[in-house]
Design a protein around this ligand. Structure first.
Ligand SMILES: [Zn+2]
Length: 363
């Protein structure tokens, strides 16, 4: 995610703050300042900062629960609309996803309960003294946490509630069907929110769009996974492709690019081993910055894994998604490159699968 500033690493997860969040702090500060001077400005900024600390704790609820199921969590980004914890993959079992999803809102409920306890009971008693700024902030923080818990439990992707709903549906209907149904419910919720937004709060329109897009992308990711589950790599890989040699320069690569429809070019040495992959984007960038005589070895991506052709396609897909790879190489028994799997290639597999739903693609 661009425009994010890393502020530290907590338990192996990098925490980033998006630049727009800092702008929000500035804006809140100045808006409060014009109304009530420095005291009000400080109070406004402290409140928002504390609120985001609560959002961070919420995300760590997800992160620490996911980690119990062996899922790595490289980073958390704090945005003005909340936090996003990146999980490298989805939990395997619906019951695990249910717990990972619920852990976030549960953190907010616990924080609210602790704050109300510290304030000595429910709001009415404390709100009688608005003069006391400290109490005012803590009390607002408590109700904001309750709001966060409820808001996140709206049953629509990408909210936690969407995942809760999917987990419940998936345990009865299977993962693919459960996600489709949850995505449909989510889009209906988005539509209702959008309608409310038209007549009331315009912020709801923004949230509705966010929810609508979230539902669509989640359903796409899960469909890809479902299709790839029963297929072995050699049934789906690309076998007709042009390769470059370690001695090739960018000029050779450009010729290959124009002569074929390929976008990813494997660099293969004399014994048939994959050394890396040169993508079209990297090729064009390097051509502009370094010229046509640049060796491809210097600009290719060298971190491309190879897997055996008998392996499950799902494994290749997971490797690509977790590490944002343009391709995965496929080897024969002697360690020679015999094929490539790319995201586009898996996408075509899905189209074929969708066109003949009666047939199983599994061998
Ligand atoms: Zn959450």
């Amino acid at each position: 995610m661009g425009w994010s500033i890393p502020i530290g690493t907590i338990k192996g997860t990098v925490v980033r703050i998006h630049i727009t969040f800092l702008l929000l702090l500035l804006w809140i500060g100045s808006a409060h300042y014009t109304q009530g001077g420095w005291a009000a400005a400080t109070e406004g900024v402290v409140f928002i900062a504390l609120l985001f600390l609560c959002v961070l704790l919420h995300e760590f609820g997800h992160v620490l629960t996911a980690r119990r199921y062996g899922i790595r969590t490289p980073d958390i980004t704090l945005l003005p609309i909340g936090g996003v914890a990146r999980l490298e993959r989805l939990p395997e079992k619906p019951s695990q996803e249910l717990l990972v999803a619920l852990a976030g809102p549960a953190v907010n409920v616990v924080i609210a309960a602790l704050l109300y306890l510290a304030l000595g009971g429910f709001p009415s008693s404390a709100s009688a003294e608005p003069q006391n700024a400290g109490v005012g902030v803590l009390e607002r923080l408590a109700s904001a946490n309750l709001f966060l818990a409820l808001f996140n439990l709206i049953p629509a992707f990408p909210m936690d509630g969407g995942r809760v709903l999917r987990a419940i549906l998936a345990s009865r209907l299977g993962y693919g069907r459960g996600t489709q149904l949850a995505a449909t419910v989510g889009q209906a919720v988005a539509f209702a929110l959008g309608l409310l937004g038209l007549f009331g709060n315009p912020l709801l329109l923004f949230i509705a769009l966010f929810v609508y897009l979230g539902a669509a992308s989640e359903s796409h990711a899960v469909q890809m996974r479902e299709v790839s589950r029963g297929v072995i790599v050699s049934d789906a890989m690309i076998t007709h492709f042009e390769s470059l040699s370690p001695a090739s320069v960018l000029e050779d690569a450009v010729r290959c690019l124009l002569q074929t429809t390929q976008h990813e070019f494997p660099v293969v040495d004399g014994s048939g081993r994959l050394r890396g992959v040169l993508t079209r984007d990297d090729m064009i960038r390097a051509l502009r910055d370094r010229g046509p005589a640049t060796p491809v070895l210097e600009v290719m991506r060298a971190d491309i894994p190879v897997i055996d052709r008998r392996r499950n396609l799902e494994e290749a897909l997971r490797l690509m998604q977790e590490n944002r790879l343009p391709a995965v190489g496929v080897n024969d028994n002697d360690g020679r490159l015999v094929g490539l799997v790319t995201p586009e290639n898996v996408g075509e597999m899905m189209m074929v699968h969708a066109a003949r739903p009666d047939r199983r693609m599994a061998s």
